[in-house]
Design a protein around this ligand. Structure first.
Ligand SMILES: [Zn+2]
Length: 730
């Protein structure tokens, strides 16, 4: 029975003839792939692949040849462009079967099977650099022109059920066949080909413990078939939904949002420290009704232990999550922390045992034994990844696994992948080779860097500098608008990443913009709370915020301006450090703080009492904090000499005040830029290096002081002033 698109309830029918018909055949494949990838019920981020066999002109012979265009390795269907598809000469690809068959030992997980992946490159059509994935033979060996391989929750539920073969028959009747779990590769392609030879009427196959594959000779028909099959499976699951009895019913209640947020703010830095002893992780908090129903349920401990089923999932989610059996109604926060500590120790031991039991002589070394998914009743799901994008994907995958378990337990009994099979995916030499090919991680990868004053000037330049090093950048500023603008620029450059998950601010990309008034402890606290909810913790803080209040022409500074200067330049950095201290101590990870002081701190002169003395105090604050926060946090000072370029610290009045102070002739009617140039020129000439000092010069040192390149330097002030002998520290 074919369902009509207008009757679909569980998938969105998005095909538009008008759009599709304007595209060339490869773009039509891209279009179909984007439509399929846009719906999480159809496939997960980064999961599944699509293909079309397209007649094209061979650039060498000028003849028409069949070319297999198939989604390549890496990337994601939702966001795929033409560049994500590999292209292979069909005749050359099919000739690989001879090579495969000649091997003495062949079949799943054999050397010849793994070596086929490298052979695909020899069949490349049109110098296309896109790398073919391990799923290529699933597409190439099926004799239909269009193939979709998806990871739909409703079909994985069937594929992850104890009686999957019977369910496939019950749901799809003769339309779709079933193949048992087998690691993707050339052999699985042959298995499918054989299945189709036996039953030529088959339109698709349920792949045990994995997903769905189906085909057609027309691309729109293939898309419609994919949706049809998923809709059918979803309807079947829906008819068997257990309602309140789902997951054995509820054992705990969810905490209200205020209580939950309060616990997360305390817990996340501590948890981050616990899982990050070998490698730092970035967190994502994912709280939905469905996640809560799972973590609060009676069956959660049993189901969590079985682990995730879809092989695509557990490369990120690990073989299983850590479920913490904590009673949110009866037990305290302290008990929660204690249970997590014990849970983590047991998890690591378990993971090590799994590695030892399943490893082969040539297996890669054991990877980080910490869980990447942590489930807490009453609270939700916390995921960890090497960056925000990865941690969001991890959260997405486990929340999809919850949907799979819900459906599988509704129609049958959920079943995990056998441990050895899971291991052979996780530690697959091909995967290891992929990991090894990745460029080395950048200096600030896995780090959260908070730049206070990031709305303009040195702060903005510093935010841009650390982002280049792979940092997750919190752009904080008194002006929320300016902070957000800097963050937006960074997200536009580096991309928001993949993964559809993260509750509220935790769904963010690699940079966020937050308001902060560093003269107000509550405001600082609230900023850090948002940072914790967004990323799970804080590594480095760079404070560039500061104020210069010019005295009037007689050198007079009103008392309240004196107080304001100290409040921003001295008390502010102290309050930031004092609030950050709690987070740093909870994490227990090496971190750094950079405070921007000034060359003025060391030079006594006329006309800038408040500023100069406040910066001298800031210099000493650096030293005191270096002692106070050791050994965990290095604290250093960056002492710029007045950078005039693009600085919000140089409004017209200050420029005029300085020109007057240095007896530089000027005309009150000159435009501000001209006055600034005069002042910058004067500053450059009085330095030893005789060059203007730029924002980039300051940002470079702010970055270096924060980085591990200066890991043995603390309590120091580095001047970036072009060389001012009167400002030499001694
Ligand atoms: Zn797959």
């Amino acid at each position: 029975m074919t369902l009509k698109p207008e009757d679909f309830q569980h998938v969105n029918y998005l095909w538009d003839d008008h759009t599709a018909d304007a595209l060339d055949p490869v773009e039509r494949l891209r279009y179909r792939s984007n439509l399929l990838g846009a719906d999480q019920r159809i496939t997960n981020t980064g999961g599944g692949n699509t293909s079309s066999k397209i007649k094209m002109t061979d650039p060498l012979s000028g003849e028409a040849v069949d070319v297999l265009w198939v989604k390549g390795s890496g990337g994601d269907l939702r966001t795929s462009t033409r560049a994500n598809f590999a292209s292979l000469y069909m005749d050359k690809f099919l000739s690989l079967e001879n090579i495969y068959n000649k091997a003495e030992v062949k079949g799943v997980k054999t050397e010849i099977e793994d070596s086929m992946v490298d052979m695909y490159r020899h069949t490349t059509f049109g110098l296309n650099p896109a790398a073919s994935s391990i799923d290529t033979p699933l597409h190439g060996l099926i004799p239909f022109r269009h193939v979709d391989h998806m990871h739909p929750v409703s079909v994985i539920a069937i594929a992850a059920s104890r009686d999957q073969e019977r369910l496939t028959q019950a749901v799809f009747e003769e339309e779709v066949g079933w193949v048992p779990w087998q690691r993707p590769g050339f052999d699985l392609g042959l298995v499918m080909q054989e299945k189709l030879k036996q039953v030529p009427a088959l339109k698709g196959l349920v792949m045990g413990q994995h997903g769905l594959i189906n085909w057609a000779d027309d691309d729109k028909a293939c898309y419609e078939l994919t949706l049809n099959l998923i809709e059918k499976a979803a309807r079947y699951v829906n008819q068997h939904d257990k309602g309140e009895k789902t997951f054995g019913g509820q054992r705990y209640q969810s905490l209200d949002e205020k209580a939950r947020t309060g616990i997360l703010i305390k817990l996340l830095p501590k948890l981050r420290g616990m899982v990050s002893q070998a490698n730092r992780f970035i967190g994502t908090v994912h709280v939905t009704e469905s996640v809560l129903q799972f973590v609060n349920s009676s069956d959660a401990p049993r189901l969590a232990e079985i682990g995730t089923s879809c092989p695509d999932h557990f490369l990120r989610t690990k073989i299983k999550p850590l479920y913490v059996d904590w009673d949110p109604q009866e037990e305290s926060y302290e008990v929660l922390v204690e249970k997590i500590e014990r849970g983590l120790a047991a998890y690591r031991a378990d993971y090590t045992a799994y590695y030892e039991a399943c490893k082969h002589p040539d297996s890669p070394a054991m990877r980080d034994p910490n869980p990447t998914v942590i489930l807490i009743p009453g609270i939700g799901l916390i995921a960890w990844g090497k960056n925000k994008s990865e941690s969001r994907v991890t959260a997405e995958f486990y929340s999809l696994a919850i949907e799979v378990m819900r459906a599988a337990e509704a129609i049958s009994e959920y079943q995990g992948l056998p441990r050895q099979e899971a291991f052979d995916i996780e530690y697959w030499l091909l995967e290891e080779a992929k990991l090894k090919r990745m460029p080395p991680e950048k200096e600030f990868a896995r780090n959260v860097v908070v730049v206070i004053g990031a709305g303009s000037g040195i702060g903005k330049a510093t935010a841009q500098r650390v982002a280049k090093e792979g940092a997750h950048v919190v752009c904080a500023d008194l002006s929320e608008e300016a902070a957000r603008a800097t963050a937006k620029e960074l997200v536009e450059i580096y991309g928001v990443g993949i993964g559809v998950a993260g509750t509220r601010i935790s769904g963010c990309g690699p940079a966020i913009g937050l308001a902060v008034d560093i003269t107000n402890r509550d405001s600082i606290q609230s900023m850090f709370q948002n940072v914790i909810l967004a990323y799970g913790g804080v590594d480095n803080i760079i404070i560039t915020a500061g104020v210069f209040v010019p005295p009037d022409k007689q050198g007079y500074i009103p008392d309240e301006k004196w107080a304001l200067t100290y409040s921003i330049n001295v008390t502010g950095p102290f309050l930031v450090a004092d609030e950050a201290k709690r987070i740093w101590q909870a994490q227990g990870l090496r971190s750094s703080l950079v405070i921007t002081t000034s060359a003025n701190a060391a030079v006594a002169k006329q006309g800038s009492f408040a500023y100069d003395t406040s910066k001298a105090a800031a210099n000493h604050l650096v030293r005191e904090l270096a002692i106070e926060l050791s050994p965990l946090v290095r604290v250093n000072g960056l002492a710029p000499a007045t950078v005039v370029e693009g600085s919000s610290m140089f409004p017209r009045e200050r420029v005029i005040s300085s020109l007057t102070k240095y007896n530089i002739p000027f005309d009150e009617n000159e435009p501000t830029e001209a006055l600034r140039d005069k002042l910058a020129g004067y500053y450059a000439q009085r330095t030893l290096t005789k060059s203007p000092i730029t924002l980039a010069d300051q940002a470079e040192v702010a970055y270096l002081l924060s980085s591990n390149k200066l890991s043995k330097t603390t309590g120091q002030i580095i001047s970036v002033d072009g060389g001012l002998h009167e400002a030499f520290l001694r």
